[in-house]
Write a protein that binds this ligand. Structure first.
Ligand code: GLY
Length: 480
């Protein structure tokens, strides 16, 4: 009897302690040290941006490059200038070869819209040889274009194009600077890697934090708030709209309504990324069980995706091509689905396509899907997704990309199969597939699993920048 009483008291004490620990973690203003990121990272670094401009100029025989913030983030890549409005003019060989046109620092502007750098600090801080008021640009443009016959502007910059075109004559050529900048942006310089590390580290902290905070009954937007709270407490914000999908919503690839109540027994998919001080975004996804323990069905899908993710990482290195990891991950997932009876015929393109929804990698950087060529047509009705012969460009050091395999058992997807593949398979074939697969599919319906890491390619391999976010089943269940 006494032993029973002692055991009961110990259990009640433990429950209390766990409950209180949770309260401590969640209390605003009382964030444990482990969730604070202590790196010193700047919003700007003058030599980095000077070196970038030199690199670009070494490649193009430009007499003049003109770009405005309409061409962001390329404008920001070249200047580091973070305001909403600005124009850059680069004229190699001229005395004032780097000029910025910016919002003047007038007292009413500052009072109503907040601090701006103004012309003086555009020179001091951002290294311009000369800075002018934005409003003076149009008037100064004819002078700037004098004797300049190779002009580079940006294809997103309609306003600049409309101003420049009437002023040119004779053998003047207008070229697009965008593809050149996009190729440079594929290879991150040291400063960009520091930025990406900051963004990823803070995102990892948010993923670690949420494992302690999640419980059934929360709303998806509360989870979003907790995650973004960690971003904000570390001085950052989200780099893209946070995707927080529980239960059936975990299967919706870009679910951002985030308005459902988390239920006991759901999985919870969180695809989130902080943006660094210099504007570089992380993109890290984890999928966890809302109640702390995966069901056998969730575990099965999770392990398949986890294995695909881990194997694919080995092919995101110099010596491989962009899609090699994706094709390997796809083979692993298809094989697993075949063994589960979910793909009766692995030679059928559409049966595989029913489960494989997206490729596993895209660049990250100033944009969550960063600029740059992949070496295949990313728009081609996703042909590359299941075509192993399409391998894309070579992977090279300095690239930073995601590794994000996923499997999604969307509710009602089987009923949509005629809409999806009616042009590829007969009514009878589709019905036979549905009949065969439905009893198994239904066991997994409402489970979506995506695991996404951020991979920095190095000279001799790669570094998983987001390795700190718990990922194995054991790590996740232990942390929860
Ligand atoms: N993380 C959101 C996306 O890649 O689209």
């Amino acid at each position: 009897m006494i032993t029973r009483l002692i055991v009961m008291l110990v259990v009640i004490g433990a429950i209390f302690t766990i409950h209180n620990m949770r309260q401590t973690v969640l209390a605003p203003g009382d964030l444990p040290e482990k969730f604070i990121h202590d790196h010193q990272v700047d919003v700007f670094d003058l030599p980095t941006f000077e070196e970038r401009r030199e690199r670009v100029l070494a490649e193009v025989e430009a007499d003049i490059i003109i770009m405005s913030t309409a061409a962001n983030p390329d404008f920001r890549y070249v200047t580091g200038f973070p305001e909403r409005q600005g124009i850059v003019v680069i004229m190699p060989g001229k005395e004032e070869s780097y000029q910025l046109f910016v919002t003047p620092r007038e007292i009413y502007t500052v009072m109503w819209t907040g601090e701006v750098y103004g012309m003086e600090r555009a020179v001091e801080k951002f290294g311009a040889d000369a800075a002018h008021a934005l409003d003076d640009f149009e008037e100064m443009l004819p002078g700037l274009l004098e004797e300049r016959s190779r002009i580079y502007i940006h294809n997103q910059d309609d306003r600049i194009r409309k101003m420049v075109e009437p002023l040119i004559a004779g053998n003047t050529e207008i070229h697009d600077i965008a593809p050149i900048l996009h190729e440079h942006r594929v290879f991150k310089d040291d400063w960009e890697i520091v930025q990406l590390r900051q963004a990823v580290d803070v995102t990892v902290k948010a993923h670690q934090y949420i494992l302690e905070a999640v419980r059934p009954g929360m709303k998806e937007y509360e989870v979003q708030a907790e995650i973004e709270y960690i971003f904000r407490r570390n001085g950052l914000g989200p780099g893209f709209p946070s995707i927080v999908g529980s239960g059936p919503n975990s299967c919706l690839l870009h679910h951002t309504r985030n308005d459902r109540v988390l239920k006991d027994g759901d999985v919870l998919l969180m695809d989130v990324g902080a943006s660094s001080l210099g504007g570089y975004t992380a993109d890290v996804t984890r999928t966890i069980p809302v109640n702390g323990t995966f069901t056998p069905e969730q575990r099965k899908i999770y392990e398949l995706v986890l294995n695909a993710s881990e194997q694919a990482t080995n092919k995101m290195k110099p010596g491989y091509r962009m899609l090699d990891g994706h094709h390997l991950a796809t083979d692993i997932m298809v094989e697993g689905l075949y063994e589960m009876g979910l793909i009766p015929d692995t030679t059928s393109w559409w049966q595989k396509r029913f489960y494989i929804q997206h490729r596993i990698n895209h660049y990250i950087g100033l944009q969550v899907h960063d600029a740059g060529e992949y070496g295949f047509d990313t728009d081609a009705r996703n042909e590359h997704i299941l075509t192993p012969e399409i391998r894309g460009r070579e992977i090279k050091p300095g690239m930073v990309m995601t590794n994000e395999p996923g499997l999604y058992f969307m509710v009602g997807l089987l009923d949509g199969i005629h809409e999806m593949f009616g042009h590829l398979a007969s009514e009878e074939e589709l019905n036979a597939f549905v009949e065969k697969v439905r009893p198994i599919y239904e066991q997994y319906e409402g489970i979506g699993v995506r695991l996404e890491d951020n991979i920095l390619v190095t000279e001799d391999g790669n570094i998983n920048l987001s390795a700190g976010a718990p990922k194995t089943i054991k790590e996740i269940e232990a942390a929860m």
